[in-house]
Design a protein around this ligand. Structure first.
Ligand SMILES: Nc1ncnc2c1ncn2[C@@H]1O[C@H](COP(=O)(O)OP(=O)(O)OP(=O)(O)O)[C@@H](O)[C@H]1O
Ligand SMILES: [Mg+2]
Length: 306
């Protein structure tokens, strides 16, 4: 008897391109794999005063991944840089109804929200350059820490029928970030897998504690996402391990790899899910969104950080 001939990848119809196409199809048409609706609407503030750690990238890609699964998702761009608005290709020229007018109470959330062309389930309240002066303008305003919360009323969210809200913060712990922390129930902290990543985290956590004590007792750090992981470096593993040892369960199992596709996507006004759905970056944000949603379906979504 002759031994069976080993199958080549061609014979079994498997090639790297076929595999990527199959992954892309799973990302773009995940019908068979729907994510649970949260038990209650979830408002997550994406914060880290360190710049360039992946706040905006994580906010828009997690939002896009949830939207692809049929969950109505709103991204509130609370950074005068307007990066989330750019990534979602939403108009944000000066004068466009934006989060600035929402903070001033001049327009409602629904009036400022635009539907992203990436998905009818994905909405964005843009940030224009007008927001740049608001850190200073807010100082002299009444209820300066709670203005966003007032605008994000249950009625405002009901009008938009959203399941998830991500607030993309600027890289500072100023009044805009405080407004975001007062308006949310959860904080999502992206941490870059780099040497200095943990620096400043203590300050962020003590600010969160201050907000808990004085302004929003139900706020909790529910999610930490490790970003820009480079598997070729020992350092990335060390940082990952350190963060996991320190923060435990709150850290998502999924780690976002450093990927050129992820960084290229905003240049095309797209999330990585739209730009290259078969890429590792897109798959990892899908996996991270799945974890976020599955935690949301459980009762104890609150973070356990002390
Ligand atoms: N997984 C990744 N792989 C490669 N590049 C990435 C990845 N995630 C983010 N980037 C890039 O790193 C840069 C910083 O990311 P991002 O803008 O999301 O950070 P941020 O924390 O929002 O920054 P800021 O503090 O300025 O708001 C961007 O150029 C982005 O495209
Ligand atoms: Mg940003």
């Amino acid at each position: 008897m002759t031994p069976p001939k080993p199958e080549t990848s061609q014979e079994i119809g498997w090639t790297p391109i076929a595999e990527e196409a199959e992954r892309a199809a799973r990302v773009l048409h995940p019908e068979g794999n729907t994510l649970p609706r949260p038990r209650r609407r979830r408002v997550l503030t994406v914060a880290n005063q360190k710049g360039g750690v992946g706040k905006t990238t994580s906010a828009v890609n997690l939002a896009a991944a949830l939207a692809v699964h049929g969950l109505r998702t709103l991204v509130i761009d609370l950074d005068p840089q307007g990066n989330a608005s750019t990534a979602l290709n939403v108009e944000h020229r000066s004068g466009t109804p934006s989060v600035y007018e929402v903070l001033l109470g001049e327009v409602s959330l629904a009036e400022a929200a635009a539907v992203s062309e990436q998905s009818p389930n994905l909405l964005c309240v843009p940030a224009t350059i007008d927001l740049a002066g608001s850190e200073i303008e807010l100082v002299s305003m009444s209820s300066r820490e709670t203005r966003l919360k007032e605008a994000l009323s249950a009625e405002a969210f009901d009008e938009l029928q959203v399941d998830y809200v991500f607030i993309d913060c600027p890289p500072s712990l100023g009044l805009l970030t405080v407004n975001a922390m007062v308006a949310a129930q959860e904080v999502l902290i992206p941490i870059q897998c780099e040497y200095y990543a943990l620096e400043g985290l203590g300050q962020l956590l003590s600010n969160i504690e201050l907000v808990q004590q004085h302004l929003n007792p139900t706020l909790a750090v529910s999610t930490i996402l490790l970003t820009m992981y480079d598997g070729r470096t020992k350092l990335a593993d060390q940082v990952t391990q350190e963060v996991r040892n320190h923060f435990g369960e709150v850290v998502l199992k999924t780690v976002i790899p450093r990927s050129v596709k992820v960084s290229e996507a905003p240049g095309y006004g797209q999330t990585v899910l739209a730009y290259d759905p078969g890429s590792r970056g897109a798959m990892s944000y899908m996996d991270a969104a799945k974890e976020v949603a599955e935690r949301g379906a459980e009762q104890g979504v609150r973070g356990e950080l002390s």
